[in-house]
Design a protein around this ligand. Structure first.
Ligand SMILES: [Zn+2]
Length: 253
């Protein structure tokens, strides 16, 4: 996987197009904005929104992030936002709200043991960009041909709706469903999320087919990681987590 670290890091400088409308340079998004037709705009977050972000927990992360993206990003319907862009957008919103006020993260070099205080800014975020070419059809080991796409927030909402649908008595394995949800058709026939899931849960898709799909997705996956990388004085690249903690959303300014 090619990460941004191997390329030159672009300076993240939002273009002001009005007091409350900041144009997002789509090229900086992990997806490179290639799934979005129009321009995307953002506004600075309010004190209440930042406070809500600072209290986010694993169970509330999706509704809180979605609500904030829906209200602070314009030019797109929430459902059309790629899941793999979500985390970047949250870092971006935090950055424009505080004029890219740095967050101090402490890294320890695994090679020489030296600690270093790194001042994280948005441009330092580890991002894996979508590849220029992404074949949409994949042939599975059993000969079935599937078309795939990367999921949007709408897909995510549908997964949660399907998982919680009382009409389905079975226990749905969410991770399997998340992978299966990338499939939009099997041998030319359109499939919904539930059909894609049952293809692996009790259909023609064995562990072999599932492994092929999962590896394919991993090869082309894009997204932001909650981490940053700096070069230690000994020359070794050190990766440090940039956690979305209270300090991150409510920095000591
Ligand atoms: Zn070192």
């Amino acid at each position: 996987m090619k990460s941004i670290r191997e390329e030159e890091k672009p300076e993240v400088r939002p273009i002001q197009s009005g007091p409350d409308k900041i144009l997002i340079n789509k090229d900086l998004l992990p997806s490179r904005g290639r799934y979005y037709k129009g321009e995307l705009y953002a506004r600075k977050l309010s004190a209440i929104e930042m406070k809500n972000l600072s209290k986010v927990r694993v169970e509330t992360v999706n509704p809180v992030f979605n609500q904030i993206i829906s209200s602070a990003i314009s030019g797109i319907d929430l459902g059309d936002v790629m899941i793999n862009d979500k985390l970047w957008l949250i870092y971006f919103l935090r950055s424009i709200t505080y004029d890219d006020f740095p967050m101090k993260v402490v890294g320890t070099c695994p090679s020489c043991g030296k600690s270093h205080v790194h001042e994280f800014k948005l441009k330092d975020l580890d991002v894996i960009y979508a590849p220029d070419e992404m074949p949409s059809e994949l042939e599975l080991p059993n000969g079935d041909k599937v078309t795939v796409r990367f999921p949007t927030i709408e897909t995510e909402i549908e997964i949660s709706r399907t998982k919680n649908n009382p009409a389905f008595v079975e226990d749905i394995d969410e991770e399997t469903m998340t992978i299966a949800a990338h499939i939009t058709s099997i041998n030319g026939e359109s499939v919904g999320i539930y059909e894609a899931y049952t293809y692996f849960a009790r259909g023609r898709g064995s562990a072999k087919e599932f492994a092929r799909l999962a590896n394919y997705l991993q090869k082309y996956a894009f997204g932001a990681r909650p981490s940053t990388t700096y070069t230690c004085s000994c020359g070794v690249e050190v990766q440090v987590e940039v956690p979305m903690t209270r300090d991150f959303f409510l920095p000591k300014i």
